[in-house]
Write a protein that binds this ligand. Sequence first.
Ligand code: CU
Length: 158
Amino acid sequence: MKTSRLLPVSLTALTFILVSCSAATTSISTQTPVPPTPSITPLPEVTVTPTPLPPSGTTDTLSPAATNTPAPGVAGTVDVKIAGFAFDPASVTVKVGTPVRWTNQDSATHSVTSDTGVWDSGSIAKGETYTRVFDTVGTFAYHCGVHPSMKGTITVTS
Ligand SMILES: [Cu+2]
Protein backbone atom coordinates (compact mmCIF):
# COMPACT_ATOMS: atom_id res chain seq x y z
CA MET A 1 0.00 0.00 0.00
CA LYS A 2 2.78 2.41 0.89
CA THR A 3 4.93 1.84 -2.18
CA SER A 4 2.08 1.97 -4.58
CA ARG A 5 1.13 5.44 -3.39
CA LEU A 6 4.67 6.72 -3.30
CA LEU A 7 5.43 6.18 -6.96
CA PRO A 8 2.88 8.46 -8.51
CA VAL A 9 3.73 11.18 -6.03
CA SER A 10 7.40 11.10 -6.89
CA LEU A 11 6.59 11.01 -10.55
CA THR A 12 4.43 13.98 -10.24
CA ALA A 13 7.11 15.82 -8.32
CA LEU A 14 9.66 14.95 -10.96
CA THR A 15 7.57 16.13 -13.81
CA PHE A 16 6.86 19.32 -11.96
CA ILE A 17 10.56 20.00 -11.51
CA LEU A 18 11.33 19.18 -15.09
CA VAL A 19 8.61 21.32 -16.46
CA SER A 20 9.38 24.21 -14.18
CA CYS A 21 13.07 24.11 -15.08
CA SER A 22 12.91 23.76 -18.79
CA ALA A 23 9.86 25.72 -19.60
CA ALA A 24 9.98 28.28 -16.92
CA THR A 25 10.52 31.22 -19.21
CA THR A 26 8.70 29.86 -22.24
CA SER A 27 5.67 28.97 -20.31
CA ILE A 28 5.36 32.50 -19.08
CA SER A 29 5.86 33.98 -22.53
CA THR A 30 3.43 31.66 -24.19
CA GLN A 31 0.94 32.18 -21.48
CA THR A 32 0.08 35.65 -22.63
CA PRO A 33 -3.24 36.16 -21.24
CA VAL A 34 -5.74 36.45 -23.97
CA PRO A 35 -7.87 39.38 -23.17
CA PRO A 36 -11.38 38.29 -22.92
CA THR A 37 -13.18 39.29 -26.02
CA PRO A 38 -15.71 41.77 -25.00
CA SER A 39 -18.93 40.13 -25.63
CA ILE A 40 -20.96 43.20 -26.12
CA THR A 41 -23.99 41.90 -27.79
CA PRO A 42 -25.79 44.76 -29.46
CA LEU A 43 -29.12 45.43 -28.06
CA PRO A 44 -31.91 44.35 -30.30
CA GLU A 45 -33.51 47.22 -32.13
CA VAL A 46 -36.56 48.26 -30.31
CA THR A 47 -39.12 49.58 -32.70
CA VAL A 48 -41.54 51.73 -30.86
CA THR A 49 -44.85 51.37 -32.47
CA PRO A 50 -47.22 53.94 -31.03
CA THR A 51 -50.43 52.40 -30.14
CA PRO A 52 -53.18 54.44 -31.74
CA LEU A 53 -55.53 55.99 -29.33
CA PRO A 54 -58.98 54.58 -29.41
CA PRO A 55 -61.37 56.91 -31.17
CA SER A 56 -63.01 59.16 -28.72
CA GLY A 57 -66.66 59.81 -28.79
CA THR A 58 -66.34 63.43 -29.83
CA THR A 59 -65.45 64.09 -33.44
CA ASP A 60 -63.81 67.45 -34.08
CA THR A 61 -64.41 67.51 -37.80
CA LEU A 62 -65.14 70.97 -39.08
CA SER A 63 -68.40 71.32 -40.81
CA PRO A 64 -68.13 72.34 -44.46
CA ALA A 65 -70.38 75.30 -43.67
CA ALA A 66 -67.41 76.99 -41.98
CA THR A 67 -65.91 77.99 -45.31
CA ASN A 68 -65.39 81.66 -45.92
CA THR A 69 -68.23 82.20 -48.32
CA PRO A 70 -70.19 85.43 -48.13
CA ALA A 71 -73.49 85.12 -46.46
CA PRO A 72 -76.43 85.00 -48.84
CA GLY A 73 -78.41 88.20 -49.15
CA VAL A 74 -75.43 90.49 -48.61
CA ALA A 75 -74.46 91.89 -51.96
CA GLY A 76 -70.96 93.04 -52.52
CA THR A 77 -70.28 96.53 -53.73
CA VAL A 78 -69.63 96.85 -57.43
CA ASP A 79 -66.91 99.34 -58.29
CA VAL A 80 -66.90 101.66 -61.28
CA LYS A 81 -63.89 103.87 -61.75
CA ILE A 82 -63.91 107.23 -63.41
CA ALA A 83 -60.64 107.57 -65.28
CA GLY A 84 -59.58 109.24 -68.50
CA PHE A 85 -62.92 111.00 -68.80
CA ALA A 86 -64.80 107.74 -68.97
CA PHE A 87 -66.73 105.36 -66.74
CA ASP A 88 -65.01 101.99 -66.46
CA PRO A 89 -66.80 99.72 -66.94
CA ALA A 90 -69.36 101.82 -68.77
CA SER A 91 -72.00 99.10 -68.53
CA VAL A 92 -72.65 97.30 -65.26
CA THR A 93 -75.29 94.70 -64.46
CA VAL A 94 -76.09 94.17 -60.78
CA LYS A 95 -78.67 92.40 -58.69
CA VAL A 96 -81.29 94.54 -57.05
CA GLY A 97 -80.07 95.96 -53.76
CA THR A 98 -76.45 96.05 -54.85
CA PRO A 99 -74.43 99.17 -54.02
CA VAL A 100 -72.47 100.66 -56.90
CA ARG A 101 -69.49 102.80 -56.00
CA TRP A 102 -67.86 105.25 -58.38
CA THR A 103 -64.32 106.42 -57.70
CA ASN A 104 -62.93 109.45 -59.48
CA GLN A 105 -59.34 108.80 -60.44
CA ASP A 106 -59.13 111.82 -62.70
CA SER A 107 -57.76 115.19 -61.78
CA ALA A 108 -60.91 116.74 -63.19
CA THR A 109 -64.15 116.86 -61.26
CA HIS A 110 -66.91 114.59 -62.53
CA SER A 111 -70.43 113.61 -61.56
CA VAL A 112 -72.65 110.56 -61.85
CA THR A 113 -75.98 111.92 -63.03
CA SER A 114 -79.02 109.89 -64.07
CA ASP A 115 -80.26 110.65 -67.56
CA THR A 116 -83.84 110.65 -66.29
CA GLY A 117 -83.16 112.54 -63.10
CA VAL A 118 -83.41 109.54 -60.76
CA TRP A 119 -80.22 110.57 -58.98
CA ASP A 120 -77.38 113.05 -59.18
CA SER A 121 -74.15 112.60 -57.31
CA GLY A 122 -73.11 116.21 -57.58
CA SER A 123 -69.44 117.05 -57.98
CA ILE A 124 -67.03 114.23 -57.33
CA ALA A 125 -63.53 115.61 -56.87
CA LYS A 126 -60.33 113.72 -57.48
CA GLY A 127 -60.01 110.68 -55.26
CA GLU A 128 -63.57 110.93 -53.97
CA THR A 129 -66.26 108.29 -54.27
CA TYR A 130 -69.99 108.19 -54.72
CA THR A 131 -72.05 105.16 -53.77
CA ARG A 132 -75.67 104.44 -54.66
CA VAL A 133 -77.74 101.36 -53.87
CA PHE A 134 -79.98 100.29 -56.73
CA ASP A 135 -83.26 99.07 -55.25
CA THR A 136 -85.31 99.16 -58.43
CA VAL A 137 -85.10 96.68 -61.26
CA GLY A 138 -84.47 98.37 -64.59
CA THR A 139 -81.89 99.94 -66.85
CA PHE A 140 -80.50 103.29 -65.76
CA ALA A 141 -78.48 105.40 -68.14
CA TYR A 142 -76.32 108.09 -66.62
CA HIS A 143 -73.76 110.64 -67.67
CA CYS A 144 -71.31 113.13 -66.24
CA GLY A 145 -72.91 116.49 -65.58
CA VAL A 146 -69.65 118.26 -66.30
CA HIS A 147 -68.77 116.28 -69.42
CA PRO A 148 -71.99 115.07 -71.11
CA SER A 149 -70.01 112.88 -73.48
CA MET A 150 -69.18 110.58 -70.55
CA LYS A 151 -71.92 107.98 -70.46
CA GLY A 152 -72.70 104.81 -68.57
CA THR A 153 -75.48 102.33 -67.89
CA ILE A 154 -76.52 100.45 -64.78
CA THR A 155 -78.74 97.43 -65.37
CA VAL A 156 -80.47 96.14 -62.24
CA THR A 157 -81.88 92.62 -62.31
CA SER A 158 -84.11 90.84 -59.80
CU1 CU B 1 -66.88 114.34 -66.11
